[in-house]
Write a new protein. Structure first.
Length: 402
């Protein structure tokens, strides 16, 4: 493997679209300065723990901070660069939620209506609402628990496979539900497969078209693509490497895959720049009405301390008392953190090009403290004992992604 190369810098940047008038975030006048050296240290730690490369980008008003270490491609030794595209995994869920909330704004959908009103007979319980699906409170079993119980064999079995959404829902319904509708938070990819089905039913268009027309096009996200069932990442990109369950086994290049097992729950491709643009626009009130953004931010506890989940959106409470908003993503080969301040003024996107490595996953979490708490961040200690290994891609373990 090539030796680590690090590039950092801060440059002036223009806002892509005019901002609507929104109240300033109360913390913004005294927000801590970005600790770029701290971010760089986190990336180096992730590389030492098994990630071939990692990178982060922070957009703070008109200033951009970048850091990258290691390689995007183990074969060629090409250095990681924030121009590289990558698979964003469950950050896709926030895009899907935005489309559905826009449909609520358009009076085509009610959050508290049963899913079966729009997709008759799909689910076995008419009590499961759209809100339950978007908040991971439906009780629908996550089929990926079984699909990836053995990491590499599970992945290879679906790498080239193309599923219909109904096939994925059928896999879920073959297992008992985890809880009564609305009872508790239980992360499940099934929820956002159902969400994608709602998008297609209500618009008459593929999910791809709605992503492009409602988010990608208006925000000029030139690095963001929904290529399912295509297997390649367009243009310049980082390759993703899956860590086998067996200690010491060689990494598996997982870059090419349909991601059909995830679809509207996790199949988008993007870049650090586009993710920051997206979250800044969402939290700045440019993608939904204020009423629907408030629905996304109706926080209920999720598993893990200092964390909550709204509708397709996470809240994380950092070591300095600041809260940030966004989502995490795990897909074979990539771990992503994409979060922003309450008003979207400061946004961070960070990615490591490996997965199924709980140590790297927990380490990358620390980029949030360096980006939003600055040098005042307290050390974020990993959980006691061995860091959890994320076997089930795109499922949020209690001590990590939740």
């Amino acid at each position: 493997m090539a030796s680590a190369r690090v590039r950092v810098g801060a440059v002036a940047g223009a806002v892509l679209l005019p901002l609507l008038a929104v109240p300033a975030h109360a913390d913004s006048p005294t927000a801590p300065a970005v600790d770029l050296a701290g971010v760089r240290g986190v990336l180096r730690s992730a590389q030492a723990q098994g990630a071939p490369g990692s990178m982060a980008r922070i957009d703070d008003g008109g200033t951009v901070y970048r850091a990258a270490v290691g390689v995007a491609d183990r074969g060629s030794g090409r250095a990681m660069n924030d121009a590289d595209r990558f698979r964003i995994g469950s950050v896709t869920k926030t895009f899907t939620a935005v489309v559905l909330l826009q449909l609520v704004d358009e009076k085509k959908l009610s959050l508290d209506a049963p899913v079966n009103r729009y997709l008759p007979g799909l689910l076995p319980d008419d009590r499961i609402t759209v809100r339950h699906v978007l908040g991971h409170r439906s009780g629908l079993y996550d089929y990926t628990n079984d699909m990836f119980a053995s990491t590499v064999p599970g992945f290879e079995a679906v790498r080239k496979k193309v599923f219909t959404p109904r096939e994925l829902v059928k896999l879920s319904l073959a297992r008992p539900r985890t809880n009564a509708p609305g009872a508790v938070y239980a992360y499940s990819n099934t929820n956002f497969v159902v969400a994608g089905m709602l998008v297609e039913q209500l618009t008459g268009n593929p999910v791809r078209t709605e992503f492009e027309n409602r988010i990608i096009g208006p925000l000029k996200l030139s690095d963001t693509f929904y290529v399912h069932p295509g297997t390649t990442i367009p243009g310049r990109h980082a390759r993703g490497y899956l860590t086998p369950d067996q200690a010491g086994a060689p990494l598996v290049d997982a870059t090419e895959q349909t991601v059909s097992w995830a679809q509207s729950a996790g199949a988008l491709i993007s870049s650090t720049r586009d993710l920051n643009t997206f979250l800044s626009a969402l939290l700045g009130g440019r993608l939904t009405s204020a009423a629907q953004l408030a629905q996304m931010e109706r926080w209920l506890p999720s598993s893990g301390s200092g964390q909550a989940y709204g509708l397709g959106l996470r809240r994380r409470d950092l070591s300095c008392g600041v809260s940030v908003y966004g989502h995490t993503g795990a897909v074979q080969g990539f771990y992503t953190y994409a979060f922003a301040s309450k008003d979207g003024t400061r946004a961070l996107a960070a990615v490591a090009n490996t997965s199924n490595n709980g140590t790297v996953l927990n380490t990358m979490l620390r980029t949030l403290d360096s980006a939003f708490c600055g040098k005042s961040a307290r050390a974020v200690r990993p959980p006691r004992g061995k860091a959890p290994v994320e076997r089930h891609e795109d499922v949020a373990p209690a001590l990590t992604l939740d």
